[in-house]
Design a protein around this ligand. Structure first.
Ligand code: NAI
Length: 478
């Protein structure tokens, strides 16, 4: 078999396959779902355009979706996050070879340029043979944005001219849409009409979806996977607790113990980051805008301060806010010599990289890929990881398999839900019902040797719940 694809190097497929095999062992939720739905094939007929970091764990997700009957095209949602061996293994497929591709078209490699990134995103929405995708699986909302903006500009009759106000990336994005409309003037109206729904992985993408829904502009139903408890309270927190430190170590190998680390934002991601830095012996300072999260951080024993007050004395700065301009160029000019600056939030605008590049006389030196020293005219320098993009995927390999098994079990269930029950959903944003959240957790207990206590019938009646769950009301916050 052969099909279109673009990855770094197909000869890495065997190395990737070994990693996938080990990852499958650590992803009991996904493997149980494969078994449960092997016969019924609920995703037969689904044509899924996937935009999510092309890692080993994502490879197991992709092969779960195809095992359930789906056809898939995949791109990464970040220019640095692809693991090239995983991408190659997915293209070749478990039983294929370089001469006989049996896998899935992937368009992703580590170190894409911005035009290449948007080209890859366009490829997953451009299916050969006329029929477009009918589902999107998104992380951060870029594929969803391409369909929405593409259709909006197509119907307005033009892509707005690029201005000085546009970020470099938005300018590249506009150019891509211009090119697609030059070859097919109705492309995005057609693609949008074919989509039954989108399932969104992360906080930032979910935020974009709610904005679209509130404006009445959402073109198809969406499931917010992020806010499944077994996603955001696990992946965002325990995943980052693992992969933040991994990224820092691989990038810099600086001893974290004894250093002063600032974590901007104490939401789900910030909580995991602050805990892991403390675990390494760092003295952690949190910055927050939300009094509840600030109080939580204080109760956990973290100093809560304003960035302005600690910017000159801290050694490590991590942004986790999903906000923009959290660390400005001015902040960076005031930092200690060799301070480390990194972002673990979804987009690269948390740290003002464009502003840093405009500091008069500044010099950028590549220490190694995704690790840069920026030297000011004073001779003092700072180390910026992954050019301000999410460092746990740019400098390391993202979250480990076990935690991603929780997230991706939710993704798979959400895809099945929207694809098989399309008529039940309006053009709004939904979360998965609690009994499915509990199911995802349940699928991961055995592997950890967890023995759950079972309610008696009497106890269940006393608590007002069913013996089989759900055990908590919707408003419970965990
Ligand atoms: P969240 O909403 O739970 O937490 C963000 C926190 O930042 C909030 O408490 C908010 O009050 C605070 N904040 C906002 N603006 C701030 C500012 N200017 N200064 C200080 N604090 C500020 O969101 P969550 O789930 O923690 O996600 C954060 C970001 O991380 C999102 O962009 C999300 O998409 C991304 N993410 C990244 C992952 C990764 O593997 N790198 C994994 C999961 C999420």
């Amino acid at each position: 078999m052969s099909f279109d694809y673009k990855v770094a190097d197909l000869s890495l497929a065997e190395a990737g396959r070994h990693q996938l095999r080990l990852a499958e062992h650590e992803m009991p939720g996904l493997m149980a779902i494969r078994e449960e739905y092997a016969a019924s094939q609920p995703l037969k007929g689904a044509r899924i355009a996937g935009s999510l970091h092309m890692t080993v764990q994502t490879a197991v997700l992709i092969e779960t979706l195809t095992a359930l009957g789906a056809e898939v095209r995949w791109a990464s949602c970040n220019i640095y996050s692809t693991q090239d061996e995983a991408a190659a293994a997915v293209v070749v497929g478990p039983k294929g070879s370089a001469d006989d591709l049996q896998g899935v078209p992937v368009f992703a490699w580590k170190g894409e340029t911005l035009p290449e990134y948007w080209w890859c995103t366009d490829q997953i929405l451009t299916w050969p043979g006329g029929e477009g995708p009918n589902m999107i699986l998104d992380d951060g909302g870029d594929a969803t944005m391409l369909v929405h903006k593409g259709r909006e500009w197509e119907q307005a009759g033009q892509v707005p001219p690029t201005t000085d106000e546009d970020s470099e990336e938005f300018g590249v994005f506009k150019e891509l849409v211009r090119q697609t409309l030059a070859t097919d003037p109705q492309k995005w109206t057609t693609v949008a009409a074919g989509i039954k729904g989108v399932t969104e992985e992360t906080t930032t993408g979910v935020h974009r979806l709610y904005q679209l829904a509130e404006a009445g502009e959402l073109l198809f139903p969406a499931i917010n996977v992020n806010d499944a408890v077994t996603k955001s309270k696990f992946d965002n927190t325990y995943g980052c607790r693992h992969s933040l430190i991994d990224g820092l170590n691989r990038a810099t190998d600086v001893l974290i113990g004894g250093k002063v680390a600032v974590v901007a934002g104490y939401g789900d991601v910030g909580k995991g980051c602050a805990e892991s830095l403390r675990g390494q012996g760092a003295r952690v300072i949190v910055t927050e805008i939300d009094p509840i999260c600030a109080l939580q951080a204080a109760m956990e024993g973290f100093q809560v301060a304003r960035l302005e007050d600690v910017v000159e004395t801290a050694d490590i700065f991590i942004t986790t806010t999903g906000c923009y301009d959290v660390i400005t160029a001015e902040h960076m000019t005031k930092m200690k010599n060799k301070a480390i600056v990194a972002n673990i939030g979804h987009f690269d605008n948390e740290i003002d990289m464009a502003g840093l590049g405009r500091v008069p006389g500044i010099q950028k030196t590549e220490i190694k890929p995704q690790v840069h020293e920026w030297t000011f005219t004073s001779g003092s320098s700072i180390i910026v990881l992954s050019e301000g993009r999410l460092m746990n995927l740019g400098n390391a390999t993202g979250h480990p398999s076990f935690v991603m098994s929780n997230s991706f079990s939710n993704q798979t269930i959400a895809q099945i839900e929207l694809f098989t029950k399309t008529g039940d959903y309006a053009k709004q944003v939904y979360t998965l019902p609690k009994h499915l959240d509990e199911k995802v957790a349940r699928l991961h207990l055995d592997a950890l040797g967890v023995r759950l206590t079972e309610l008696t019938k009497g106890q269940a009646e006393y608590l007002g719940v069913d013996v089989a769950g759900p055990y908590k009301p919707e408003h419970y916050r965990y």
